[in-house]
Write a protein that binds this ligand. Structure first.
Ligand SMILES: Cc1ncc(COP(=O)(O)O)c(C=O)c1O
Length: 404
């Protein structure tokens, strides 16, 4: 008896490496105790939520104990949440974004799905640089889209602009970039964004079906050494920013994200795209982004000054962890590029050893990593620093031993 489709059975077989390593970790922790396993598998923030979120949570009973206090809301989100996010993202992007261009979604993941559902025809292509967040393939596949990955430069992970230009066909509908990048930790430069914009324009000269540039940015706040992450909005009019509060405020379980549509594409075009996104947000099956989550975000954004302070203090925690991991990898003789952003490292597997093989070797030393093959980029492996600095420090000898 087969109850699920062939497509899903096939997808289950190739099920995410991240999940596989996470589950292996649960077994190892049972065997050796949680403190003796160095689990760098999952990019799930381990820090406390901001005070403004906790305060809003405490005030919620009074807010919702009114008729329809927890009822349906407009599909684009509560007007107050759209206003708050327009303010937040205008400040972040350096571009004035009206509340009417914001659609609140179920995480960045829900945002990408809404956008693909709104924009893709079956067989349309979504180009993205590799390595990439593995769920992208499933998200565009949900709506008949095909993910076309273009490998970035080995080691530096700079965008392969020529490769991206060569990958564009008549079926290309979206170029999806993620900066700071999971897993490579790279931040794309203004020059790279300008070059991308140019090739997208050149590819669609005289056409009324532009390529949409989607900037998936849940790690925007995690940029080190005082550098800011350039916004795509000033450089390419048919662009959309997708983000959430999963990583910056440690609210991955709260499930609120958003799409910000570039006003520069023109009033009518932006209105058409926003209306499409509002419809897909509704019909995709979630109906709305969760109302409690939206109320918590309104609280956090209303207290912007303190929330930004908290965001910076989280950045400082990850910056410290990054220094410790860099010193461990140096001691072990593992080749890596210092991540410019995110809480990930994406080092190279040792010469003569595949990434899957080296990750298995690390597991013998109770270190859990994810092979680069799981991100469309073999030969490297990902370490997520969502664990305490003391645990990272204790993994030092394991890395050294695994390299012997
Ligand atoms: C690159 C990237 N995009 C999107 C997401 C999904 O984020 P959210 O929790 O906001 O749905 C993740 C989560 O890990 C991610 O790494």
């Amino acid at each position: 008896m087969q109850l699920v489709s062939d497509k899903i059975l096939e997808a289950q077989k190739g099920s995410s490496w991240i999940r596989r390593m996470f589950e292996a970790g649960i077994e190892l922790k049972k065997q050796y105790g949680a403190d003796n396993v160095y689990d760098f598998s999952l990019g799930s923030p381990d820090l406390n939520p901001p005070a403004a979120v906790i305060r809003t949570l405490q005030e919620l009973p009074a807010q919702v104990d009114v008729p329809a206090g927890l009822g349906y809301m407009p599909n684009a989100g509560y007007p107050a949440a759209r206003e708050a996010l327009a303010k937040w993202s205008s400040q972040e992007q350096g571009v004035e974004i009206p509340a009417s261009n914001i659609v609140i979604t179920v995480g960045a993941a829900g945002g990408l799905n809404c956008l693909f559902k709104a924009a893709l025809l079956p067989g349309d292509e979504v180009i993205c640089p590799a390595p990439y967040f593995v769920e992208y393939g499933a998200y565009c596949g949900n709506f008949g889209g095909v993910l076309k990955a273009v490998p970035s430069a080995p080691g530096t992970f700079k965008l392969n602009i020529e490769g991206i230009a060569a990958a564009i066909t008549d079926r290309t509908r979206v170029l999806l970039i993620n900066s700071p990048n999971n897993p490579a930790g790279v931040v794309y430069t203004v020059d790279e964004l300008k070059e991308l914009a140019q090739i997208l324009r050149d590819a669609r000269k005289g056409s009324d079906r532009p390529i949409i540039l989607v900037a998936d940015e849940p790690y925007r706040f995690l940029s080190f050494d005082g550098k800011t992450v350039p916004s795509v909005l000033p450089y390419y009019e048919y662009s959309v920013v997708c983000s959430s509060f999963s990583k910056n405020l440690g609210l991955a379980g709260e499930r609120v994200g958003y799409l910000a549509v570039n006003p520069a594409m023109g009033k009518d075009e932006a209105a058409q795209l926003v209306a499409g996104l509002i419809l897909t947000n509704r019909t995709i099956g979630y109906v709305n982004a969760p109302c409690i989550g939206q109320k918590l975000i309104i609280g956090a954004v209303a207290d912007m000054e303190n929330t930004l302070k908290m965001q910076n203090s989280q950045l400082a925690v990850y910056a410290e962890r990054r220094q410790v991991m860099a010193s461990i990898l140096n001691d072990a003789g593992i080749e890596f590029q210092m991540p410019a952003g995110t809480f990930y490292f994406f080092p190279k597997a040792p010469e003569g050893m595949g990434d899957v093989e080296f990750v298995a070797k690390l597991a013998e030393h109770r270190i859990l990593a994810v092979p680069g093959s799981g991100f469309g980029y073999a030969g490297y492996f990902r370490l997520a620093l969502c664990v305490d600095k003391a645990i990272i420090e204790r993994s030092r000898q394991g890395f050294i031993d695994a390299m012997k």
